[in-house]
Design a protein around this ligand. Structure first.
Ligand SMILES: Cc1cc2nc3c(=O)[nH]c(=O)nc-3n(C[C@H](O)[C@H](O)[C@H](O)COP(=O)(O)O)c2cc1C
Length: 216
């Protein structure tokens, strides 16, 4: 009996030592400081804004991803913590999840970093259209209703949809300015995606948005 428990202890120790070699742990990514100058003049970006559904698989450089997320929903007034898009009652209820071929991250605007959520590839689940799998980045806009306690259910739906629309337009304009292509998408299997993302019942998937370089 004593021999058996010693063997078991040894096996557990060996497993603990080798398991990090096999597990592909997703790590936090500190984004570089966003570059908040330059870009096309606003009127030019508005002229060029459009939806596109043809993506190259080329990855976005980390600086471009940093600039994109800051433009989308970053903090532009550090003294108040307010953001590049408006939100009703300043609830700031929308979370941007960033789905990449490596895994799923959550954008933390305050720390300007990507927090690891899932190392599984849930990428294809972020939309029903085939081009979703070709693109390097799919943003998933999730409303956290637990931050909206002072509003009715109807207003929670309305406000979070409006907030998402403002963020999505920032992504459209940034993309138009930077030579990226993007499309906002409602065509999502929400129950399947929410399950894969392990969301709480009071977290609602609003829309998703694909971003990448144009297909050559
Ligand atoms: C709320 C919303 C949901 C949308 N859902 C989808 C979608 O699921 N799939 C898609 O290909 N485009 C979707 N679009 C993009 C529209 O089809 C597109 O904006 C429209 O065709 C006009 O084209 P434009 O953006 O180039 O002006 C959506 C746009 C909005 C605002």
């Amino acid at each position: 009996m004593k021999k058996l428990s010693l063997t078991a202890t040894c096996l557990v120790l060996v497993f603990l030592l080798v398991s990090p070699i096999f597990s592909e742990e997703l790590k936090s990514i500190q984004l570089p400081k966003p570059q908040t100058d330059g870009g096309k003049p606003l009127m030019q970006a508005l002229k060029d804004r459009s939806s596109s559904r043809e993506f190259s698989p080329a990855k976005l450089p980390i600086q471009v991803l940093s600039n994109l997320l800051w433009a989308a929903w970053g903090i532009n007034r550090p003294e108040s913590g307010k953001r590049t898009a408006p939100s009703a009652v300043s609830y700031q209820e929308i979370d941007i999840y960033v789905a990449t071929p490596d895994g799923l991250y959550l954008y933390d605007a305050k720390a300007h970093m990507l927090k690891p959520i899932l190392s599984e590839d849930i990428w294809a689940l972020t939309g029903r259209q085939p081009f979703v799998k070709d693109a390097p980045v799919n943003l998933v806009y999730v409303a956290d209703y637990s931050k909206m306690t002072r509003s009715s259910n109807e207003d929670k739906d309305l406000f979070s949809a409006a907030n998402t629309g403002c963020i999505a337009e920032n992504v459209y304009l940034f993309s138009a300015s930077e030579g990226l292509v993007t499309v906002l998408r409602a065509s999502i299997d929400r129950p399947a995606l929410a399950k894969a993302m392990k969301l709480r019942p009071d977290q609602k998937i609003i829309l998703s948005q694909t971003v990448g370089y144009p297909k050559k």
